[in-house]
Design a protein around this ligand. Sequence first.
Ligand SMILES: C[S@@+](CC[C@H](N)C(=O)[O-])C[C@H]1O[C@@H](n2cnc3c(N)ncnc32)[C@H](O)[C@@H]1O
Length: 270
Amino acid sequence: MIEKKLLFPDPSKHPEWIPTHSPEWYAGLNRNVEKYKYPWKSVFDEPTAETIFADLISEHINETSKILDIGCGHGEFTHQFVTKTKDIVAIDIEANFIETAKGLSKNNKVQFQLVDANKKLPFQDNDFDLIYTKKGPWLYEEASRLLKPGGIMLGLFHSGTDGGLRDLFQGLYAPLPLDPYDIEKFEHKYNLNESYGLTNFEIKVVEEVEYLSRPEDVLIKKCFGQNDKLKQYVWQQCLKDVKEIFYQNASSKGLKVINYHHIVCAKVAK
Ligand SMILES: C[S@@+](CC[C@H](N)C(=O)[O-])C[C@H]1O[C@@H](n2cnc3c(N)ncnc32)[C@H](O)[C@@H]1O
């Protein structure tokens, strides 16, 4: 059998690699930056996944709704709902993000709290009309305890970037582990089933078009949340070839990639 030659070294095999979205990775981001914000330069076609998700939340709330944001980061997304409803609580496990969020919060219209969503949450039963997570942890038993009868849980999950990126930069970017359109596997991965008191699951795939502005952004995206030693290694090993491939394939807007997202909507079964 002929082994397929990888064009780029795989950074996740380097000893300094921190698994993305692990507690260690979030803690490192929290130490080094005050905001959960992507550091690469790019432009998007509208509507973005975030716009679609925000519209969906808005459709389900009115001025009397009480809502909870799980894994709010620095709270920028949360803020857009202050004109839509009065009672908003937002939690995150990272202290720096919560401090930044409180700083951004004009007139303290959102209650930002430092809370671990994997533990019992410090809120009363039947307290919320809607709970959402935008790329943070999904709630299981706690969602059905905290939601009022008829309440709704919404989630936006980022399910990887492709649209040619992984073929162009083989090795640097491994193939997507999950076909975004294989909904059964997606449900299985996140344990999205009716046994946790949630029901009527609706899951849809959203394809978001993004254009990475410069060759460096291919590497910045890959190394988001990694340390300087790892970045130095990746830049040395990859930048020259990444530049060549980037300029062969980019348009004046940049290098087009597709971000796959899943939007999940479930109702509480009580
Ligand atoms: C991918 S970021 C998304 C942040 C924000 N929702 C946004 O979209 O900009 C995920 C967030 O979930 C938070 N998070 C991860 N595990 C958590 C937990 N167990 N409890 C609360 N927050 C958590 C992280 O600190 C991080 O801010």
